[in-house]
Design a protein. Structure first.
Length: 118
């Protein structure tokens, strides 16, 4: 059973994972678009930027959960049986934080691509 503190930690982690690409997108607009430091660089459109971030987050979530599952199975020599419920929850938490952030970035990418034309 998940505690309230675990759920809060997962929500905060998801928000941070979602906010980092948004901060990078804002930083590229400020650094490249508003300053004369890099005149030859073009700004990456936000829709494409968020879509690339979403693909990366999906892959990271899959690899992070799979590597934990493989590590646990290797250390406990449990290759043919399902994971215990606690480890299944840990795998789910490791995967879902990244995948939820990925879904948020896909939706943001679609909205930006359709509404603004980026």
């Amino acid at each position: 059973m998940e505690t309230r503190s675990t759920k809060t930690k997962l929500v905060v982690t998801t928000i941070l994972i979602t906010a980092i690409p948004a901060a990078l997108a804002a930083a590229q607009y400020v650094i490249i678009g508003l300053t004369p430091l890099f005149p030859s660089l073009d700004i990456i459109p936000l829709g494409r930027f968020f879509l690339v971030c979403a693909i990366g987050e999906f892959i990271i979530g899959y690899l992070r959960a799979d590597s934990y599952s493989a590590y646990y199975r290797h250390t406990k020599k449990m290759f043919d049986v399902p994971l215990p419920p606690l480890q299944q929850q840990i795998v789910k938490d490791r995967r879902n934080t990244w995948w939820l952030s990925s879904i948020i970035h896909v939706v943001a990418s679609l909205v930006l691509s359709l509404a603004i034309g980026f």
